[in-house]
Write a protein that binds this ligand. Structure first.
Ligand code: FNR
Length: 384
């Protein structure tokens, strides 16, 4: 009997059983004490919803646009590194599920399948997330490849010039490709479904960067490699240069401060993502949902404000939109679906969230996602 999936937690439980601990931990980790990671989720619970009754609920719509692109709901898939280690061909399968559900897929620089792999297997443009490396030529080539593959937005991540420490990854010796030690082999062998699945894939490791960036061909600790390759001198001038080089729609990811949001506006970004990298970088930062209202106040009438961090349900999406987010992104929630059951699992994640959003909107007395606002919420004093 296939399991009955009614929420994202169900997919999480299956994902946990299927995927080797090293990759499960990689997904579930936050940096240092994981306070920010935990609060990204728990702060959503502090916001409550106002119930309304006797409102005509026929003809509801969750459809909107994100940077001009029509989306079935204000949700996109966030860029997630090593997605192809959670499930064979993970990036391709997630992109296909997103396409079928009418939401954007964002391909990480640190993906296993390449930009070209994903383009070959999809029919709609996807978004490409760029990390800025020290090697400018390499960055330029990535931009050119994204353009050639028809990507219609560049998501430039600004909050990872250096890596926040994640204890579990260091203890597990996370590397890509995985290093074969007695402990890691024993760990992977216990996950037979995952192993069989991986055997069926083409050997794709770091498709975007193998052969393009130095030092990634050999199994390397992810942390040390990142710190060697990523550009610690990234500044607004470089953001401007990349914007010029790209020439298309630009989304700046990792904004958690009103002043940075104003800078993003000045450099001419089309949208910003209020994000703390899923609690994986600055531990101690406030949750994204807590910072959202301040940033919406600062720039929300001039630039699209998106958010991510802790979104696990349609109720979470509703709360973010009601606080002024034009769109949200899900990271871990789609990885749970992917690791649990591949493309079908990502489709299930998206369908669960869509249904929750639609029904919750109705119970709040709203028919159109554009009508959501602070009037739908009860936000505790001092929340911001
Ligand atoms: C990420 N994130 C991320 N962001 C990015 O810009 N490039 C990347 O390669 C990655 N890689 C990555 C791996 C994993 C395992 C996770 C969980 C996250 C951050 C991601 O895009 C997004 O900001 C968070 O995942 C949002 O938080 P939730 O939805 O996971 O709570």
């Amino acid at each position: 009997m296939p399991p009955v999936i009614t929420n994202v937690d169900d997919l999480h439980a299956i994902y946990r059983r299927r995927v080797p601990k090293m990759f499960y931990d990689y997904c579930q980790s936050g940096s240092w004490t994981e306070q920010t990671y935990r609060e990204n989720e728990s702060d959503f619970d502090l916001i409550r919803l106002r119930q309304r009754v006797a409102v005509d609920m026929e003809g509801r719509s969750t459809a909107t646009t994100m940077i001009g692109r029509e989306v079935a709901m204000p949700v996109a898939l966030a860029p997630v590194g090593l997605t192809g280690m959670q499930h064979a061909d993970g990036e391709i399968l997630a992109a296909k599920a997103a396409e079928a559900a009418g939401v954007p897929f964002t391909l990480s620089t640190m993906s296993i399948c390449s930009i070209e792999d994903v383009a070959e297997h999809t029919t709609k443009p996807f978004w490409f997330q760029l990390y800025v490396m020290r090697d400018e030529d390499f960055v330029d080539r990535l931009i050119e490849r994204a353009r050639a593959a028809g990507c219609d937005a560049l998501v430039l991540t600004l909050d990872l010039q250096i890596l926040g420490q994640r204890h579990k990854d260091l203890k597990n010796g996370l590397s890509a490709p995985p290093k074969l030690t007695p402990a890691s082999v024993a760990n992977m062998m216990t996950k037979i479904g995952w192993g069989l699945n991986m055997l069926q894939t083409k050997r794709r490791f770091f498709g975007n960067i193998v052969g393009h960036a130095k030092g990634v061909e050999n199994a390397a600790s992810l942390a040390s490699w990142t710190n060697e390759q990523f550009d610690p001198r990234l500044d607004w001038e470089k953001v401007r240069r990349i914007k010029e080089k790209w020439g298309g729609k630009l989304i700046l990811k990792g904004i958690l401060d009103a002043e940075d949001a104003r800078m993003a506006l000045q450099v001419g970004a089309d949208a910003i993502i209020v994000s703390n990298h899923g609690g994986r970088q600055l531990d101690g930062a406030l949750s994204s949902i807590r910072m959202l209202p301040e940033i919406v106040d600062a720039v929300g009438d001039k630039i699209e404000v998106h958010m991510d961090g802790g979104v696990r349900s349609g109720q979470d999406v509703l709360k973010a939109v009601a606080l002024g987010a034009r769109g949200t992104y899900i990271g871990r929630a789609f990885i749970y679906g992917l690791g649990a059951m591949g493309q079908k699992g990502v489709a299930q994640t998206l369908e669960v969230i869509r249904k929750e959003l639609d029904t919750t909107m109705a119970l709040c007395g709203e028919k159109d996602v554009h009508d959501l606002g602070p009037h739908n919420l009860l936000v505790p004093k001092g929340f911001r």
